[in-house]
Design a binder for this molecule. Structure first.
Ligand SMILES: NC(=O)c1ccc[n+]([C@@H]2O[C@H](COP(=O)([O-])OP(=O)(O)OC[C@H]3O[C@@H](n4cnc5c(N)ncnc54)[C@H](O)[C@@H]3O)[C@@H](O)[C@H]2O)c1
Length: 470
């Protein structure tokens, strides 16, 4: 009998046991077990997925051998139903409102993969409801949202992994940080985060909202506006999507994202900030200056047209840290991180780690525990489960802080947010790292926060647990 048959047989017997009314862990609970195509063990985790678009589906696909997704929530029910069909044979619960998942006490672990403007609210409410969460990057739309998330994480002790998975690519980014920590590039002088293409759009007409998309819910805390859509005629390249202010393309609107500065900045600036902290040099931001090009005009940081993409399409921003290190964030197709020290420089991206200090490892390898020392003491090769999801699930099991914790993520993401403020205002900003305020610029300081649309404020009280399946 093959594994799937074994599994089906096992599910049937589990259901019989359940009918006898015994108390069992989730897997044995008699509820339909949802992943039929894996070598399932009884340590599988039951999770809820909030946001079932590209990344939500991609992440679950990557981690499905360890998970049963038992509930799906999406403002577009066609996405939730598609995910349910793919990962749970259509047997998961499907909700339009993610709070239905928060109310369920049989679900302790969540994955949030909503658009950026919809991260902070469900994440805070989930932590308050006692859940552990793998939440996509960038965790927030503003600096002040990060302050709130840090406070609630501290108060609740929730295990939160941020979706900056470059922190778990051992042979590339982790090794690069280990090289820096071991002093192989010497004292850092300069770093460069090269971030690939961002694009503008033509004017997008107001369009009918697709049948299964609840547009008001999709906008959520963001300002009320029309749904826009325009067919992209240049679809000979598969990656050319239709223009819209909704699915996937929300990245190019400051109302929902920070553009490339946070979309890829959340990854590459995170690595630069991690390396700087590992080097022992100060990672306190002092100032940010530079230039950016936007597809529309801005006045006091506010885009003056609402019918086309508005995030920066070109930029060169310079960040100064208290210890004298400089970081440039620039639009550049080489898409990676350069770290230059007094002894040499390294470049790392998702395909390579190069530079003289890397070549020198052949004669003088890193000490045995170098990777473990930067990977928070976890041994990335000790278990069968590897990678960013594995790190999260291990931390859920052991109630430990994952490798991409909210505190270090927000330190890095603040650089991206402040670079975005500098870009939108078109003037330098000075930062007080202690008070986490911009110095002497009220307009810029006001951009550290955003107003939540009425009806979509953050609920700071945990939802009352409802009956199972409620
Ligand atoms: N870590 C990475 O490498 C990586 C890669 C891609 C995307 N991401 C991140 O993942 C997130 C999602 O990006 P995407 O490309 O999958 O976008 P997407 O538009 O494909 O998916 C987002 C989904 O969230 C849904 N949604 C919107 N509001 C919701 C709500 N209130 N409740 C539940 N669902 C809601 C949308 O309808 C959509 O199905 C973004 O924050 C993005 O930055 C991370």
């Amino acid at each position: 009998m093959n594994t799937n048959n074994n599994r089906r047989q096992f599910i049937k017997s589990s259901a019989k046991v359940a009918a006898a009314g015994l108390t069992m862990p989730y897997f044995f609970s008699g509820k339909p077990t949802l992943a039929f195509d894996t070598d399932s063990k009884n340590d599988r985790v039951a999770i809820g997925l909030i946001g079932c678009g590209g990344m939500g589906m991609g992440n679950i696909n990557a981690a499905r051998k360890w998970l049963d997704v038992v509930a799906y929530a999406d403002a577009d029910l066609s996405h939730a139903n598609q995910a349910n069909k793919k990962f749970s044979n259509g047997k998961g619960a499907v909700y339009a409102d993610y709070r239905k998942i928060l109310e369920r006490d049989d679900i302790k672990v969540l994955h949030i993969a909503t658009p950026d403007h919809w991260h902070t609210k469900p994440l805070i409410e989930a932590m308050k409801a006692g859940k552990d969460v793998y939440c996509e990057k960038p965790l927030t739309l503003t600096v002040d949202e990060g302050k709130l998330i840090r406070a609630v994480q501290k108060e609740t002790g929730a295990v939160v992994q941020v979706g900056t998975q470059q922190r778990s690519t051992i042979d590339l980014f982790v090794k690069a940080v280990a090289i820096v920590r071991e002093g192989r590039v010497g004292k850092i002088k300069k770093m460069s985060c090269r971030i690939g293409a961002a694009h503008g759009s033509p004017a997008l007409p107001v369009a009918d909202v697709p049948k299964e998309l609840d547009w008001d819910r999709w906008l959520g805390p963001a300002p009320l506006t029309d749904y826009r859509w325009l067919k992209n005629d240049r679809q000979e390249k598969k990656k050319n999507r239709d223009f819209t202010n909704a699915h996937y393309e929300f990245r190019w609107w400051y109302e929902y994202s920070g553009g490339k500065l946070t979309d890829w900045g959340a990854h590459h600036v995170d690595i630069a900030a991690w390396a700087l902290a590992a080097s022992g040099q100060s990672d306190a931001i002092v100032s940010i200056s530079g230039d950016a090009k936007h597809p529309v005009d801005f006045v006091d940081g506010v885009p003056q047209q609402n019918d086309r993409y508005n995030t920066a399409t070109n930029f060169l921003l310079n960040v100064k840290f208290a210890g004298g290190v400089e970081l440039e964030i620039r639009h550049d197709q080489s898409n990676g991180v350069m770290i230059e020290g007094e002894k040499g420089r390294i470049f790392v991206n998702r395909g390579k780690l190069v530079g003289a200090p890397v070549e020198a490892l052949q004669d003088n390898p890193l000490p045995e525990d170098a990777i473990k020392n930067v990977y928070k003491g976890f041994d990335p090769i000790e278990t069968e489960r590897k990678g960013h999801w594995a790190n999260f699930l291990k931390c859920v099991d052991e109630k430990k802080e994952p490798i991409s914790d909210v505190h270090t993520h927000m330190r890095a993401l603040n650089i991206c947010h402040l670079a975005g403020i500098c870009a939108r205002l078109g003037r330098p900003i000075n930062w007080d790292d202690k008070t986490e305020q911009i110095v002497g610029d009220d307009v810029a300081n006001a951009m550290l926060k955003r107003t939540y649309r009425s009806g979509y404020e953050i609920e700071m009280d945990a939802p009352q647990p409802a009956a199972a399946n409620g």
